[in-house]
Write a protein that binds this ligand. Structure first.
Ligand SMILES: [Zn+2]
Ligand SMILES: [Zn+2]
Length: 210
């Protein structure tokens, strides 16, 4: 039983990584699927939370301003039932739990990435990595579409650990990282700190994508 649930859960985490990538890449950064989602995310969120300006702020971003992504969990109910039907019931339950954990993680992570409050988990290396990984996305919107699990970014060729200058809006409770690699003592962060020079791909982002 436990193995079946874990199997369903792992399967769904893999699926959700790709679903997150497609929703973020095409649903939130183009107008192909929804003008509302594009306006809300690519225009409003990315301009309010621009990297190297206002990426961090404890006040502006409220939890209820988060995305409609949890609705996608509900919309996938037929998929959990189908998985349970073609395999067994416990795999279907695991799939529903896995998808639920993934969408919840997306909301919680994305909220706290932009809202530094010095909670214990916000002082962990893993969380700092999540912050720097997402900061790259807010600097160049063609990289790092995944917030939770970067598997799809790696497979789809949008995975970036580029070095960046220290975030000016960084609170003094957080270490002065200079990109995802610097969290683990690699990249520009080790040597140059605040004066790090951005080594991101200089190619301009097409209008409306950042
Ligand atoms: Zn985005
Ligand atoms: Zn964001």
């Amino acid at each position: 039983m436990v193995i079946s649930i874990v199997l369903g859960l792992v399967l769904m985490v893999v699926y959700c990584s790709f679903a997150e990538w497609f929703v973020h890449r095409y649903g939130m950064h183009t107008q192909r699927l929804s003008k509302w989602a594009f306006r809300r995310h690519a225009i409003q969120h990315h301009s309010q939370r621009r990297s190297l300006k206002t990426f961090y702020s404890p006040d502006i971003y409220k939890i209820w301003q988060s995305s409609a992504i949890p609705l996608l969990w509900l919309l996938h109910t037929p998929l959990y039932l189908l998985i349970g039907f073609v395999t067994n019931q416990n795999v279907g339950i695991g799939a529903a739990i896995g998808a639920g954990l993934y969408v919840s993680s997306y909301e919680v992570l994305h909220f706290f990435i932009h809202t530094p409050r010095n909670y214990w988990f916000q002082r962990t290396r893993l969380f700092h990595f999540y912050c720097e990984y997402h900061r790259v996305h807010h600097h160049r919107a063609k990289w790092n579409y995944n917030v939770v699990c970067p598997l799809a970014d790696a497979v789809m060729g949008t995975f970036s650990l580029a070095d960046m200058p220290v975030e000016p809006s960084l609170p003094n409770t957080m270490p002065r990282h200079t990109g995802p690699r610097s969290v683990f003592g690699q990249g520009a962060g080790r040597a140059v700190g605040a004066e790090a020079t951005a080594s991101l791909d200089p190619e301009p982002v097409p209008a409306g994508r950042e």
